[in-house]
Write a protein that binds this ligand. Structure first.
Ligand SMILES: NC(=O)c1ccc[n+]([C@@H]2O[C@H](COP(=O)([O-])OP(=O)(O)OC[C@H]3O[C@@H](n4cnc5c(N)ncnc54)[C@H](OP(=O)(O)O)[C@@H]3O)[C@@H](O)[C@H]2O)c1
Length: 349
């Protein structure tokens, strides 16, 4: 059987909220089968295989057993983020391809150790910035690439969400040890999109950020839930992300891209290039990134792209090396917010 016809065995470690969607995506992808799930508690792993509909999948609480399972080719690491570096490095050393949930790590040196281990093992990776498969964001990227708005000189992407105790991850993600910062915990999706829209030939060269403590009466917040970053790209143009995790409003992922020939605001387009004589915004009916619920997130596209990178040897972004650049901006921003000074990139390597 040629590689392109093979069906990969998938495993998941860390059987919580997002793991269920990875399970379903692996089961729904024709080129993967969920063969094993591990977690700290056996009942969580069992719930995950039930939810994914992989009733014969192997269940364990021992990560080593997943790594040595003969049918496992790829592993999704879906634990809280403080565990991602060690689990990723061990998976790579065991020769497994790794799908890493965001954020990839909570410390910059851990990111570098992951990069080195993955490079040495020669395995494939994907980082779970799943909005790369959201139809509205794909449309935005297509419009920019096809020149609909000319050269972008301002990219603004915001992550606005009220994280409440209804979310399974609340108990650990509002705390500093495992949540760490607004941008690391969730705003990283917006920083990833900011870079994606600006394009790989124009990376961020300088970052300034400010953060704001929780303004209400919730004592659980262990870090400032609001961080706003502004950045300069290599071509001298600018970007902005406001990550707000305690805002009293429904989830919103704002996208604004201003170019020399037009502007995109969410699913609204103004294009002097494409629509001469346009008198009002053109609105594109599409699926917006307007929910914080993981059942709304496009994990199917992400898993299909990951599998194609392995079986068809085609490029797949965002992989670990690409996500490192997003995380580098975030670590720079958190450093800037702490010191009050701009931070130039690259960070120390
Ligand atoms: N890409 C996205 O859009 C998206 C969306 C949501 C979350 N995420 C990310 O996904 C990750 C998980 O988030 P979540 O919302 O799914 O959290 P969650 O519901 O709390 O699930 C995490 C699971 O990890 C397991 N775990 C914790 N410590 C462990 C350990 N030491 N060893 C083994 N398993 C352990 C827990 O399993 P037990 O139940 O067995 O104790 C828990 O069920 C985070 O990095 C988060 O940022 C990404």
């Amino acid at each position: 059987m040629s590689d392109s016809q093979k069906v990969l065995g998938a495993a998941i470690f860390g059987a919580g909220w997002v793991a269920g969607e990875h399970a379903r995506a692996y089961q729904q992808c024709p080129r993967t089968r969920l063969v094993a799930v591990g977690s700290r508690r056996e009942e969580s792993a069992r719930r995950c295989v039930d939810y994914g509909g992989a009733l014969d999948a192997f269940i364990t609480t021992d990560y080593e057993e997943l790594l040595s399972h003969p049918d496992v080719d790829v592993i999704s690491v879906t634990t809280p983020p403080d565990l991602h570096p060690e689990l990723t490095i061990r998976a790579a050393q065991a020769g497994k391809h790794v799908c890493i949930e965001k954020p990839i790590a909570l410390e910059w040196p851990h990111c570098l150790a992951m990069r080195d281990a993955v490079a040495e093992a020669g395995v494939k990776t994907i980082v779970s910035f799943c909005l790369h498969w959201n139809p509205s964001l794909v449309t935005t990227k297509n419009l920019i690439e096809r020149g609909a708005i000319g050269k972008p000189y301002y990219v603004g992407v915001d992550y606005w969400h009220r994280l409440t105790s209804n979310y399974p991850q609340y108990k650990w993600s509002v705390g500093k040890p495992q949540g760490r910062s607004s941008l690391l915990s969730a705003g990283c999706h917006a920083v990833d999109a900011l870079r994606w829209f600006k394009g790989a030939d124009n990376e961020v060269v300088e970052v300034t950020a400010y953060s704001v403590p929780h303004q209400g009466d919730n004592p659980d917040w262990g870090y400032d839930p609001t961080t706003i970053l502004i950045c300069r790209f290599a071509d001298g143009t600018v970007g902005k992300t406001a990550s707000i995790l305690d805002c009293p409003m429904p989830y919103q992922f704002n996208v604004d891209v201003v170019g020399t020939r037009g502007t995109i605001r969410g699913n609204r387009v103004w294009s002097e290039e494409l629509f001469p004589g346009q008198t009002d915004w053109s609105v594109i009916p599409t699926v917006l990134p307007d929910s914080g619920d993981v059942t709304h997130h496009p994990f199917n596209g992400q898993i299909e792209a990951f599998v194609a990178s392995i079986l068809d040897n085609v490029p797949c972004l965002p992989d670990l090396n690409d996500a490192l650049k997003t995380h580098e901006i975030i670590f720079a921003a958190d450093r800037s917010a702490a010191t009050g000074a701009p931070v130039r990139l690259p960070l120390e390597s």
